[in-house]
Design a protein around this ligand. Sequence first.
Ligand code: AMP
Length: 437
Amino acid sequence: MAAENPDATFRSLGIVDVLCEACDRLKWEKPTKIQREALPIALEGKDVIGLAETGSGKTGAFALPILQALLETPRRLFALILTPTRELAFQISEQFEALGSGIGVSCAVVVGGMDMVSQALMLAKKPHVLIATPGRLVDHLENTKGFNLRSLKYLVMDEADRILNMDFEVEVNKILKIVPKDRRTYLFSATMTKKVQKLQRASLREPVRVEVSTKYQTVEKLQQFYIFIPAKHKDCYLVSVLNELAGSSVMVFCGTCNNTQRVALMLRNLGFSAIPLHGQMSQLKRLGALNKFKAKGQNILVATDVASRGLDIPHVDVVLNFDIPTHSKDYIHRVGRTARAGRAGKSITFVTQYDVELFQRIEQLIGKRLPKFPTTEEEVMALAERVAEAQRYAKMEITDSEESRKRPPPGRFDNDKVEVSETNAKPIGNKRKRKKK
Ligand code: AMP
């Protein structure tokens, strides 16, 4: 079977030349395991249920057969991809555009938090491929004149487990009711939950199931460490570790939006190029933060679990669990941001006196004892004074910006919580004078 043949090429799996060339351009030398498994089945015209996570190459596994079918019978509003989050929607669109650049494919992304009218205009142009979050799509189906899905030939439900966990079940059912029966359906999910099984029965016809586990690869290439520290010195240790990792791209995971904001501000006050990403930021700012980090404009992304699943950030060298995840499965998703596509990576988990039980659960889940990350207490504590000053400034900045939020200047319209921009957090070396109140 092709799936068992690691030497298979896109061509040998049945992909046409023009799309093989697109894979070459993307430097996809060989199909990934999920692609080896899913492509031949999809190209035979069967429904596919794929158990695979982001990072496995699953987008290519559904995008290539759709593009190939589009080449055979070109038509508008040919495929609909449902995905749980806006970030994923844009990533999928980027991959469709990159793979379809040689065949002039047009894509549109329809997600919440963005202007309905301009989306309606995009829909009126009838793209070939529509990538949408379920809530906003239903909104358009109900309110945008002339928009329907009658010409659809392909439906993809990406990250189906997350779509359902995010309570999109009602919307998905509405969509399933109106999409044409005569279509192909691909359902991708990281896990097979009861809800996913139900969705599968409701939407797929005699699907072939393919499955890949990316865990083995992760464990092999990923060096995982922990640091045991008193909670009150966490910030000092963070700064010390980041100093040591200078030049690497690092994701720092925090437990709450507030702490994410605070840590990003504190690090910026110390001269690090850190940028926050959390659910209280507007969609535009989240995308902006992600793009800056991807473009390596900022090398430290401080994030909540918003970023722990599904985001395709290819170059993360190190994942720092600054706040230990409360659900051990989130640990796997977080550290899954590094050591991807065969590259090496490192993760360091901060464990305080309050986190021992949670940490033990993580070790149980991954089935191994982690080694300590080496640190020298005196060196770390030598930073205490500077860190304390940066903490104080971060706190002031948060208070300042909370106060200014209460009294928005006339004409300014911004719903976001405190956000780090180029202007409101400067290294302490050239710090602003705080106005006496
Ligand atoms: P996905 O799991 O679809 O989100 O893909 C994760 C990353 O793997 C993306 O950056 C893709 O561009 C990349 N990728 C997908 N297929 C291949 C392949 N065959 N070879 C190398 N990289 C790939």
